[in-house]
Design a protein around this ligand. Structure first.
Ligand code: SF4
Length: 183
């Protein structure tokens, strides 16, 4: 099975979910959100086709990670390949976050997307909306997006947000350059 990726695996990210994570940058996104941070990942013919087994083999060589993050692009557009990678990551003891422009509710309606939900821990869902952009949010770009505990949501048959990321960051103490710095 192949997956179309926008870039090589990116280990050691601290901004694409909790802890230290390896990001899988998928290629192809249909949502066209104005202000998208990653327009180069939209083209479904862009990037490169890579063997899923090669990605899994490479993941096994990366040390000291808490999890993987499926990002892009929209990973949900390649749900079957992403499910295989997510299952393999779980077998390696890694947790799985996934970013998507679709909503959780929309994903439930599509069998392949629904199967991906079975294989991920946290879903950050919804399009990026420029008017709702904020730097005070944890692990998401705009206020409409939700950081969803997928397992609890499936169990309880309703959207359950990750409690600790409901709050916004306290940015009241802005960084000020210390006077002892010359540059
Ligand atoms: S879903 Fe993400 S990658 Fe796709 S257009 Fe929106 S912000 Fe960009």
């Amino acid at each position: 099975m192949k997956i179309r990726l926008a870039a090589q695996l990116q280990p050691d990210s601290i901004v694409d979910g909790e802890g230290i994570r390896t990001v899988v940058w998928t290629q192809g996104c249909p949502h066209n959100c104005p202000g998208c941070h990653n327009p180069g990942t939209h083209d479904f013919n862009g990037g490169a086709l890579v063997d899923v087994e090669d990605i899994i083999a490479e993941l096994k060589t990366i040390q000291n990670q808490d999890g993987i993050t499926l990002s892009g692009g929209d990973p949900v557009c390649q749900s079957e390949a992403c499910s295989v990678i997510a299952k393999a990551a779980h077998n390696m003891g890694l947790n799985v976050w996934c970013y998507t422009g679709y909503t959780y509710e929309k994903m439930l309606q599509n069998p392949a997307h629904r199967q991906l939900l079975d294989n991920i821990d946290v879903l950050v869902d919804g399009k990026f909306i420029l008017a709702e952009k904020s730097y005070d949010l944890y692990f998401k770009g705009s206020r409409n997006q939700r950081i969803i505990d997928v397992k609890k949501s499936l169990e309880e048959n309703k959207v359950v947000l990750v409690e600790k990321y409901k709050e916004e960051k306290d940015n009241s103490n802005h960084y000020e350059k210390p006077s002892y710095l010359f540059v």
